[in-house]
Design a protein around this ligand. Structure first.
Ligand SMILES: [Zn+2]
Length: 79
């Protein structure tokens, strides 16, 4: 399954100009990555675009899937 199908990404935020390559905002430290928009990043100063590379988007998807699996496993335990 492609990353785009695993996490909801877009090549650009709706209604905004965006560079297609640039620094990934997550873990890898790439400075010239092909960027995917994951969604709004809410900050006290305003809303920024969360722009990440495909590898970091995949890592984030795995972390989210693990969290959901743990939640489902906890919910299945009889009390
Ligand atoms: Zn990255």
């Amino acid at each position: 399954m492609s990353t785009a199908a695993r996490v909801r990404t877009s090549l650009r935020p709706p209604g905004a100009d965006m560079q297609q390559t640039g620094p990934c905002m997550l873990w890898c430290g790439r400075t010239a990555a092909a960027l995917h928009w994951l969604g709004p990043l809410m900050l006290p100063q305003g809303t920024a675009a969360l722009l990440v590379c495909a590898e970091c988007a995949e890592r984030l998807a795995r972390a989210g899937e693990q969290q959901l699996a743990e939640r489902d496993r906890d919910a299945a335990i009889p009390r």
